[in-house]
Every structure is written in structure tokens, then in C-alpha cells.
Design a protein around this ligand. Sequence first.
Ligand SMILES: [Zn+2]
Length: 181
Amino acid sequence: MYKIKAEPLSNDVIIDITQQLRKILGCGLDTPLNIVAILEYAMPQLDKNFNYSIKDKDNMRFDVHAYTDPQTNEIVIREDIYDRARHGEGRDRFTIAHEIGHYILHNNNMVALTRVFPDEKIKPYEDIEWQADAFAGELLCPSSAITNMTVEKIANYYGVSLQAANAQKRKSLRCSQSKDC
Ligand SMILES: [Zn+2]
């Protein structure tokens, strides 16, 4: 399996991009986001070429929850994922935030993508999946706002899974101790 290598984006840069996006949306770092509304209303305003579609399971490969198509400027989401995200399910909200991350970080030739061979080591910062996950975690629950919250509180308040809350909490502790997180 190929991995896609992208221009390196550090945590700092990703944090900065998500904070800029929150600012544009008029949401402080302590505001839980309605990621479905961002997909449906904010993204088309930010980029007039943006579009999204919901596909039923029969029209998606069985293991694909969502994807971003740079050719058509489209985010495609499987219907059940979309429905659960609308009902606040953390895992599915994260999936949509992850795709918005791909769209913002990896679309419009903003990043030169190169195919690499399986035995070539990719550093996390160069892996587009790592970047989109970092973007999603940071957009949904900003690490700088959660230092004093428990993992359960983070998950409930920001509407993310315990796993994502835990990852963000660890990042927040790392970042509060050193500038280079
Ligand atoms: Zn992805």
C-alpha cells in the first residue's frame, strides 16, 4: 500500500490554521463546534468551489466512511456517518472534521503530493492522514483550551470520542511543557 507524502506540517502550523478557521467562524477556543453546519454552510462560503455530497452505503466502497476528491472539490460522506454526526456522535464528527482537514490542507495544489514506495519511511509530519487527524482533533477541541479538563469532560463538552479526547489531552500537556509540541 502506498502512503502519500506531503509537505511537512508541524503541530504548531496545524494549530495555527485551526485557530484561524475558528476565528473566521466567530468561535472562541472554548466553543464546541457544529461540524455538520460548518460542512454545509461555512465551507461553501469560504470557498465558492466547495461542494459536498452524501452517498448511501451501496454507492461507496464498504470500508470507506468519507473521502475528499480534489478533482471535483468535493467531500463525500457515507449516509450513516453523516446521520450519526448530525446526532452528535464523536467518531463521526471527527470523520467530517478529518475530511475538512484534507480539503483545507491538501487541496488546490496547496501541497505538492508525491507517491512514495512502501519501504520509504514517512515522518508523521509528512503523512497526510496524520495531518488530517491532527487538524480534526485540534479544530474540534483545541489543545490549549483543555489543559485543566478531564478526558471525560473534554469528550462530552467538545463532542469527540474518548480516544480523540485522550489524544488531545496528551497533546495539551506536551504543549504546555514545551514550545516545540
Ligand atoms: Zn484521510
